[in-house]
Ligand binder design. Structure first.
Ligand code: C5P
Length: 295
């Protein structure tokens, strides 16, 4: 038994997110644009081993419900193999922020394990396994920019917009954040999906991002649950980020910039204002990385 693969797991942003309906299976139909970014990314190393096991730098995330660990078990079962793998996971993406860290780790684990175990599992089958792990996981198998519909698993690739992003990730823990915020949606938070589809059409036509279309259905329920977070858009505007929007179900907020130097300056201003209660970084669109053999 030998071999070791390394892969980066990028964060993502939602560039607009509309909830269009409730589904019979309990999930919601949404229309969103997803974009993988760098920085930050998590770092995964997967080495041949007898059993499936995980070593992670954040012990709170090392339990059996870790999504990357579950991904390894699912792929192993699907491929009907008994070989193991030792996963070493270094977290850099803020946890439960709306930046997709756990989903990205799971997708990266699937890609690395397919390579390590030398499996011929087709992409479509890997995507089906990914969809059972979580609604955002299939997107992270392809990365870049994509329009996501249905549960979030129906993907159409888009060109990435030629912008950089200022991201504000508040140090705010919201218990069972995603299910809680989905459950808190009411009919007034639903919309047709037209704004996000218009944005997708703009990107397809080679136009830049229209920041006025960065709507997010979770704004009302998120700010109702945590009124302190409702101040973030105004803080960002005062620092020069004129079009702040929530990523995912939050609490991370994002604002696009054409000029990277201006984005850096705004991020510095924001660090001085709220750097003690939030992580602030400048990120650019980045493609999905592939696993690399390192031993
Ligand atoms: O798919 P995932 O496991 O990430 O979803 C977590 C929770 O978010 C689900 O249990 C559900 O409550 C909610 N959800 C939803 N509709 C979606 C995606 C997630 O209601 N499209």
């Amino acid at each position: 038994m030998s071999g070791c693969f390394r892969i980066a797991a990028p964060a993502k942003l939602n560039l607009g997110l509309e909830i269009v309906g409730k589904r019979a299976d309990g999930y919601h139909d949404l229309v969103t644009i997803l974009q993988t970014i760098a920085p930050p990314d998590d770092d995964l190393e997967l080495a041949a081993a007898t059993y499936v096991r995980l070593r992670i730098d954040d012990p709170e995330l090392g339990g059996p419900d870790n999504l990357a660990l579950q991904a390894l078990h699912r792929l192993r079962t699907d491929a009907r193999i008994t070989t193991g793998a030792a996963l070493r996971l270094t977290k850099r993406i803020p946890i439960a922020a709306g930046l997709g860290g756990a989903s990205s780790d799971a997708a990266s684990a699937l890609l690395a394990a397919r390579a390590l175990w030398n499996l011929d599992t087709p992409d479509a089958r890997l995507a089906a396994i990914a969809g059972r792990l979580g609604s955002d996981v299939p997107f992270f198998l392809i990365g870049g920019a994509a329009l996501a519909e249905g549960r979030g698993t129906e993907l159409t690739r888009l060109p990435s917009p030629p912008v950089v992003f200022v991201v504000v990730a508040p140090h705010a823990t919201i218990l069972r954040k995603t299910p809680t915020l989905y459950a808190a949606l009411d009919s007034a938070d639903y919309s047709s999906g037209a704004a996000v589809r218009e944005q997708a059409a703009r990107l397809c036509a080679g136009n830049s991002l229209d920041p006025t279309l960065l709507v997010n259905a979770f704004a009302r329920p998120l700010y109702a649950l945590r009124p302190d977070l409702a101040e973030i858009p105004a803080i960002m505007r005062r620092a020069g980020a004129m079009h702040p929007a929530i990523s995912g179900a939050g609490p991370a907020h994002v604002a696009p910039f054409i000029d990277p130097e201006r984005a850096k300056w705004v991020a510095t201003t924001l660090r001085a204002a709220v750097g003690h209660v939030a992580r602030i970084f400048v990120a650019h669109p980045a493609p999905r990385a592939q696993p690399r053999r390192i031993r």
